[in-house]
Write a protein that binds this ligand. Structure first.
Ligand code: SAM
Ligand code: SF4
Length: 475
């Protein structure tokens, strides 16, 4: 199912840059943000409508506490109403940190002589995947620097290798990618390897600021990066993730630009982004930050809530860049995916001797290094249903994020049952004893809430098959 653009700019053309800085700034300066307006906009979003850019500008400009509380409350309500209590889990896997770009904020930038450069060999990649499977992971995002070595073939081969690794009951069922933009042929090649989402973050959508942060290398071409996911669409890869690195420029501008990017994809391809990411700038090896645009925790929570309301159908990803207590707090504003058990040093999953973070070996500092089990335990305590589901993608139900959102009953028929089945697999194969009990209680609680609305006996039958040793059952 595809999204039908309504109010969006039919004048957008595939492959043609679409950010108009002045237009965004003008909308921000003109937006009315009195509490009544904010209330109306939230009500529109709660009816599952996409918000227009001027409406998003109003939410951004709302600075009074009452309006901010309304926005957060609205986002929480929308998440509960539309998506329920599932949180999808994944882990990043850094494959190589060679890089020819010089992004001023990144530990991997070419001018950073302190960076310890590595690329996983094939046997090392296999070991990493085995270690991740041993911890219970089913969904990975492979991360690469930008380097001629890491071309489409290299990325596709890495994805194939990851899919081929099976240890015990372990298997990686979905491989997403975060790497440099590719050509149309390149995107086709990685699609053939069965990848899921291809993520490319614009970092900052402001062209002049972009130039400052990206002085050299291929990434210095703002326009090329801006329309790179159009090329993915042209290659038939319609599962794309966008993002901005918050802290580089005014967050208000970046939120508007993320929504504008969404409009562009909707207008040109009838399908919006699968996910939106909102990483916040973290300390990195040998970097000096201009702190002018840093986003504080309150602003960060507003960013998430506003994005949730602005694009109700898309997945929102919150990463281990943020610390555990902040993650717990902001998750309720509409986050749908988080990473768990995260390590971002090359080969760190299989090298258990490594204890401390070493910034010269990492792209940036992470602030939540809890194990996957610890993260799942907290999710259960907070009444979330952890999910490793990959069913839609494997059954060819593409655009699933949009189906969950728009097809009545879809979540109860497919998403919740699959979350339950994948959690049961995790509990059987990987959970520590004290977690097993908590997990099965959560499963029972969710089965109760599904009663009458879906085929609970069929889910129970599959749970029994999982207890008997079968794996990978889904609806
Ligand atoms: N090299 C590819 C690229 O630049 O598109 C892959 C992405 S990079 C390995 C993953 C993302 O991490 C970047 O797009 C950027 O948004 C983010 N990142 C880079 N430096 C960061 C920092 N110091 N703090 C937080 N996130 C950072
Ligand atoms: Fe290289 Fe990506 Fe880091 Fe830029 S953000 S220096 S492209 S790894």
């Amino acid at each position: 199912m595809k999204f039908k653009p309504e109010q969006y700019r039919i004048e957008d053309k595939p492959g043609v840059p679409f950010i108009d800085t002045e237009e965004i700034q003008q909308m921000l300066s003109e937006a009315n943000s009195d509490t009544e307006t904010v209330r109306k906009i939230i009500a529109k979003s709660l009816e599952k409508n996409r918000l227009s850019l001027p409406e998003v500008a109003s939410l951004i400009n709302a600075e009074d506490q009452e309006s901010i509380d309304l926005i957060k409350q609205g986002a929480r309500q929308l998440k509960e109403k539309v998506y329920g209590n599932r949180i999808v889990l994944f882990a990043p896997l850094y494959v190589g940190n060679e890089c020819t770009n010089d992004c001023q904020y990144c530990g991997f930038r070419t001018s950073n002589a302190s960076a310890d450069r590595n690329t996983l060999s094939n046997p090392q990649l296999v070991k990493e995947v085995e270690a991740l499977e041993d911890s219970g992971q089913k969904r990975l995002i492979l991360v690469f620097g930008e380097h001629p070595r890491y071309n489409a073939k290299f990325i596709a081969d890495a994805a194939r290798t990851v899919y081929s690794v099976k240890k015990g009951n372990g298997a990686i069922r979905r491989v997403n990618i975060n790497a440099a933009p590719l050509s149309v042929e390149g995107f086709r090649e990685v699609t053939e390897a069965g990848i899921g989402t291809y993520q490319i973050f614009q970092e900052t959508y402001h062209p002049e600021m972009y130039k400052r942060y990206h002085p050299s290398g291929k990434k210095s071409d703002y326009a090329n990066r801006l329309v790179s996911l159009d090329r993915a669409q042209d290659a038939g890869l319609d599962d794309v993730g966008i993002g901005a690195l918050f802290g580089l420029y005014d967050w208000r501008f970046e939120v508007m630009a993320l929504v504008r990017h969404t409009n562009h994809l909707e207008a040109c391809y009838n399908v919006g982004p699968h996910t939106i990411s909102f990483p916040r700038l973290q300390d990195a090896s040998e970097v000096n930050f201009d702190t002018r645009y840093f986003v504080n925790d309150q602003e960060f929570a507003r960013i998430i809530a506003i994005l949730r309301l602005a694009v109700p159908y898309t997945g929102l990803i919150l990463t281990a860049r943020e610390n555990a207590s902040l993650r717990k707090e902001v998750m309720s504003f509409g986050v749908s995916q988080i990473d768990g058990g995260t390590k971002i040093e090359i080969a760190a999953y299989s090298d258990t001797s490594r204890k401390e973070q070493n910034l010269d070996k990492e792209q940036f500092r992470i602030n939540d290094d809890r194990s996957l089990g610890e993260i799942i335990e907290e999710l259960l305590e907070e009444d979330y249903l952890p999910s490793f589901c990959t069913a839609c993608y494997r059954l060819g139900r593409t655009g699933e994020h949009f189906m969950e959102f728009s097809v009545p009953g879809f979540i109860k028929r497919f998403c919740s049952p699959n979350a339950i089945l994948t959690l049961a697999e995790y509990l059987e194969d990987y959970a520590k004893p004290h977690l097993v009990d908590k997990g099965w209680k959560m499963i029972e609680k969710n089965l109760d809430s599904l009663n009458g609305s879906t085929n609970v006996p069929e889910i129970r039958a599959r749970l029994e098959r999982i207890r008997q040793g079968e794996r990978d059952l889904y609806f």
